[in-house]
Ligand binder design. Structure first.
Ligand SMILES: [Ca+2]
Length: 169
């Protein structure tokens, strides 16, 4: 399979994430759900020196994006008003990655979220265009109109989004 064409900085970030995953220490046989979430948070932080943990299960990145990792069997908190959110699972489940800026292209791959998105919610006035960068040229997939949502992006586009452009509303 052809590797995604990404700027060099993205490739470096992806390598850092991969290295952090390989370097993860052996795990105890049992752990609490909270400890499991913290382990995942630590893994994300290891690959993103500019990021910080802003709450339990929550990482705020230097650019302002926020990743929330819910405990197994639970949902992430609601998508903050005025923001737009990508979810790793259908029905707004799993990890949630939130943004609120507009007028630029951003890469989900910078946040370990490439080929992950299965549902989304846009509570902002902006319009978001999701792309798959694993195709040449990139494939424009779905459009997130202001104040709209999709509990499932559908089989064709599931786990394919790599980047998005946000038009200011
Ligand atoms: Ca997914």
């Amino acid at each position: 399979m052809r590797p995604p064409k990404l700027p060099r900085t993205l490739a470096v970030a992806a390598l850092a994430v991969a290295a952090a995953m390989v370097a993860a220490p052996a795990q105890a046989a049992t752990r609490t759900p909270q400890a499991e979430v913290q382990r995942q948070v630590d893994r994300v932080l290891a690959g993103h020196p500019d990021a910080r943990q802003s709450a339990p299960g929550t990482v705020t990145f230097a650019g302002g994006a926020i990743l929330e990792i819910p405990e197994a069997g639970t949902m992430a908190t609601a998508c903050t008003a005025g923001w737009y959110c990508f979810y790793a699972d259908n029905d707004f489940g799993g990890r949630k990655l939130s943004f609120h800026d507009c007028g630029l292209t951003q890469y989900l791959t910078n946040y370990g979220f490439g080929n992950q998105t299965s549902s989304w919610r846009n509570t902002s006035v902006n319009t978001v265009y999701a792309d798959d960068n694993n195709t040449q040229p990139p494939t424009q997939m779905w459009t997130e109109e202001p104040k709209s949502e999709a509990a499932a992006v559908g089989a064709t586009f599931d786990n394919r989004a790599d980047s998005f452009y946000t038009a200011c509303g």
